[in-house]
Design a protein around this ligand. Structure first.
Ligand SMILES: Cc1ncc(COP(=O)(O)O)c(C=O)c1O
Length: 419
């Protein structure tokens, strides 16, 4: 098998093959917001996922299942690498990984020299937090709605180096971007060195004005690290457009890559001062690959990223974003003003996309998630902290409006039972 066959590209995942060229051309010419509401189109996409009949999966934000074309390609990679074994690892692995990295950089809009493939967002962002040259009394800024693993990593630096963590709490419905920017600015001091901000808050689905926050932070000479776990391959943007210094994301979430794939972006001039967690003296201090020496790892996952990119590009990120936002608003608009139902997601459609969170007055989130699963066969996750109490709902492209109608019906019945 030659190199070309080995790293599978478009072919299997092409939507031209799925729909036929004429029909695909007709769909492709529609504006994204219009196609977002075309159930016949999305039903064909749904057909490319192997879904369980046991429950409706509304928890795709944690780990998104691979579509069948991506999964089949991944299995081929596993089989092929199993045959070539160490010969692959000693020879082709490096060029193949470089090719995937270059494609990811293309998707992110940055230079391949500023990006590495990691195992997940946790590895990416913790590499930055732990690699920073902290001095006692240095300060970092973050939000209580940020992800626990990163908050923990900052706490660890506080114990280890005596840094001070300043934690804000995000308003759900800010009057303007400026309100959020000023909130972050209010805790910056002359000792602040790093600000962490989520592009899309995982527990509420809130999109934050990251570019404006980064511009403000830079005026104070504070570096900015963006948690893009839920934004990458969900929203249409490039990393440089955010103006941040560091960016981490997981590819097994919205890109639909095999489990255990992520990216870390570090702005070129900030690579040198960052300490790696794992030493690699073969790499120059200003080569981002110095941060990437995690030992022998599942290289077939790296190859699977290629197929996931094909699938993602086949649909198109604008169409994907439009469909995901449509699905979220489809159900939240139907319950937002219902008695006893609390939507923990911004009202403004521009401040959220596919993720939302819903609570029922007087009901603990775990009980709500349990009821949704046991009584209504709807799989979600309970969120109970940082001022957010409810079930997080993350539909993916294969979820239908009919399934969301079932969610709405379930929520209304549960809420009616509380009064
Ligand atoms: C906002 C956010 N950051 C980071 C992570 C960590 O992602 P991973 O477990 O893939 O490292 C998650 C996971 O859900 C998340 O929601």
């Amino acid at each position: 098998m030659n190199q070309r066959d080995f790293i599978r590209t478009l072919g299997a995942a092409s939507l031209g093959l799925l729909f036929g060229d004429d029909l695909w051309a007709r769909y492709a010419s529609q504006p994204a917001h219009q196609l977002a509401q075309d159930e016949a189109f999305w039903a064909r996409i749904r057909g490319q996922y192997l879904l369980t009949p046991e429950y409706i999966n509304l928890e795709n934000g944690y780990y998104l299942m691979q579509s069948q074309p991506v999964l089949e390609a991944f299995i081929r990679h596993v089989r092929e690498i199993n045959v070539q074994a160490s010969r692959y690892l000693r020879t082709r692995q490096y060029d193949d990984k470089a090719a995937v990295r270059a494609r990811l950089a293309g998707l992110a809009g940055c230079s391949p020299d500023e990006l590495i493939i990691t195992r997940n967002t946790t590895e990416s962002l913790d590499t930055v937090i732990a690699g920073f040259d902290w001095k006692p009394g240095d300060e970092a800024v973050m939000a209580e709605q940020d992800y626990g693993a990163m908050l923990d990593m900052f706490r660890l630096q506080a114990r280890r180096y005596g840094i001070v963590n300043r934690v804000v709490s995000l308003p759900m419905n800010p009057r303007s971007d400026d309100e959020i920017v000023r909130l972050y600015e209010s805790v910056i001091t002359p000792k602040t060195r790093l600000l962490m901000v989520a592009q899309l808050v995982n527990i509420t689905g809130q999109i934050l004005p990251v570019a404006k926050i980064a511009a403000m932070a830079h005026r104070h000479a504070v570096q900015v690290m963006v948690d893009g776990a839920h934004a990458f391959a969900h929203l249409d943007f490039t990393i440089p457009s955010l103006g941040c210094d560091y960016y981490g994301a997981s590819l097994h979430k919205w890109l639909g890559a095999p489990l255990g794939a992520g990216i870390l972006y570090v702005r070129r001039d900030l690579i040198k001062p960052l300490w790696p967690i794992y030493s690699d003296t073969t790499m120059a201090d200003d080569d981002i690959r110095k941060l990437n020496h995690t030992g022998t790892h599942p290289v077939h996952t790296d190859l699977g990223i290629n197929d996931a990119i094909d699938y993602h590009l086949g649909i198109g990120v604008q169409r994907k974003e439009a469909r995901l936002r449509f699905l979220q608003r489809y159900w939240t608009d139907k319950v937002r003003s219902t008695k006893n139902i609390i939507v923990n997601t911004p009202d403004d459609p521009a401040r959220s996309c596919g993720i939302a969170n819903v609570g029922v007055a007087g009901m603990v989130p775990a009980e709500l998630a349990k009821t949704l699963l046991e009584k209504y066969k709807i799989w979600t996750v309970a969120i109970d902290g940082a001022g957010v109490h409810g079930a997080r709902i993350t539909p993916h492209l294969f979820i239908t409006t009919r399934e969301l109608d079932q969610l709405v019906k379930a929520l209304k019945e549960i809420a009616a039972g509380r009064s």
